[in-house]
Design a protein around this ligand. Structure first.
Ligand SMILES: [Zn+2]
Length: 467
């Protein structure tokens, strides 16, 4: 079976959103309005699905034959564990450029970072084993044991086929730790951090990095033989075997499994075969529970960036409906609005965000984008996560909602970065993207660690905005 990367064109927003009924593998967050009567959403479709959509009156433009792409990219996964020994990390730059990291390499890199730098790096063994019984680790990097420091959490590769998130996270860690150790500055293309900035970042922030959220899924995608049936290569969900009557399509979409409007069904599916299956309950999956564990355990985390591909976007909350700053009672906790959320272009409901929070979200996103652009001139789009398709139960909104649901929780500004122009870019391009995104991550940390106006509002406990 051949599968294609396509763009589906609709004439109205209503038509575009009606595509949800086909349960296709669509890249909802990359949907764009190209002209008044021309809206586009990319996706991965079989020939049969293309015909089905065309019969329903949509135009389908084929971008590429993904069967060929899968064969090429599968050859770019490292065959040996380059970081099995600690000394592999001292040759990181030369080794990392050779190809995508496997789940084993990511684990080795984390373990060896701690063994090389026990005074800087704490290995965090996450409590929930994956369905295939993998043990996941995150690390905490801090150069000072000062408990009042603000934490920032970076996560990668939540979706199986979005391999590069892990590579970005490991590069970020190794680059900043090596620069700190050598008392040197750090350069990503045209963006630099001085030695003093690197020191300030490691001394004033707690860096939490969980590079490989969904190792079962990524391992499945990376080890699947793309010449037999390439669907496995483009796997999105985790590998929960208990979800489906169709054994060929198990798993839960982890980025629809968080406890934020999970019941609403907005942009999620209850059908276990769906690409956006939300699971049996919020946090039914060990991988999402591992992320919750980090927020619950390290209450100083005030910022969160979940790294996905693709679309060249920096997204901020909310994702369920358009933001409004006027009516605090129109909020996700208020049951009066059940059933009214998730409808775009209406005046019945908008998700409340304070003007100060919205401004801070946007300003920091532009700062990240500026740093990213300085590397080699790329410009991502900063936008509210809702885009043209509302979603619920995603990681970023869960992070930002925690302080509203429970006023004892720290406020967490949650972002999603969607890097690149395809799920798995050729590794030569991925190497450039790693620099782009590391620069953005570094800039966020620099803003947090150096700018009092950024930092002072964190550590703020939640305020009940009332129902
Ligand atoms: Zn994703």
């Amino acid at each position: 079976m051949t599968i294609y990367s396509v763009q589906i064109i609709a004439r109205t927003l209503k038509d575009l959103r009606a595509l949800e009924r086909f349960e296709l593998d669509l890249k909802y967050r990359a949907a764009q309005q190209l002209a008044t009567d021309r809206l586009m959403v990319p996706g991965i479709l079989t020939e049969e699905q293309i015909q089905q959509v065309e019969r329903a009156g949509y135009k389908v433009e084929i971008i590429s034959n993904l069967s060929q792409v899968a064969v090429e990219r599968a050859q770019e996964v490292s065959l040996v564990n380059r970081f099995a020994e600690a000394r592999g990390l001292s040759a990181f730059e030369e080794r990392a450029v050779l190809g995508y990291m496997t789940t084993d390499e990511v684990e080795s890199a984390l373990i060896n970072l701690q063994s090389l730098h026990p005074d800087l790096v704490t290995l965090i063994k996450l409590p929930h084993h994956t369905w295939e019984n993998r043990i996941s680790h995150a690390v905490r990097v801090s150069a000072e044991k000062n408990e009042s420091r603000v934490g920032v959490l970076f996560t990668g590769s939540m979706h199986a086929r979005e391999w590069g998130g892990s590579d970005i996270c490991i590069s970020f860690l190794v680059n900043f730790i090596n620069a700190y150790r050598a008392n040197k500055g750090l350069t990503f293309g045209g963006k630099s951090f001085t030695a003093a900035q690197v020191h300030t970042i490691l001394e004033n922030t707690d860096l939490f990095v969980f590079p490989d959220v969904n190792p079962d899924g990524k391992n499945y995608s990376q080890t699947y033989d793309p010449t037999s049936d390439e669907q496995g290569f483009w796997w999105r969900k985790n590998r929960n075997p208990n979800t489906s009557v169709d054994p060929s399509n198990p798993g839960v979409d982890l980025n629809r499994n968080f406890d934020f409007l999970w019941d609403s069904g907005i942009g999620t599916s209850s059908n276990p075969s769906s690409f956006i299956y939300k699971g049996e309950s919020p946090f039914s999956e060990p991988e999402t529970r591992n992320i919750r564990h980090l927020f619950d355990t390290y209450q100083n985390i005030g910022y969160f960036v979940d790294i996905h591909s693709y679309s060249e976007l920096i997204l901020y909350s909310w994702g369920d409906d358009e933001n409004q700053t006027t009516y605090p009672k129109q909020n996700f906790m208020n049951p009066i609005y059940d059933g009214k959320r998730g409808i775009l272009d209406d005046t019945l409901y908008g998700e409340f965000i304070s003007p100060q929070d919205q401004e801070k979200f946007v300003n920091l996103a532009h700062r990240m984008n500026k740093a990213l652009g300085d590397v080699r001139g790329k410009h991502y789009t900063v936008q509210q996560a809702v885009g043209l398709y509302p979603t619920s139960a995603t990681s970023d909104d869960y992070a930002f909602s925690r302080h509203i649901v429970n006023k004892l929780n720290n406020k967490v500004y949650g972002y999603t970065i969607e890097f690149g122009q395809e799920f798995v870019p050729p590794f030569s391009e991925m190497s450039n993207i790693i620099k782009d995104v590391c620069a953005a991550m570094g800039e966020l940390c620099w803003a947090i660690s150096s700018d009092v106006t950024v930092r002072e509002k964190t550590g703020e406990k939640g305020v009940m905005i009332g129902a």
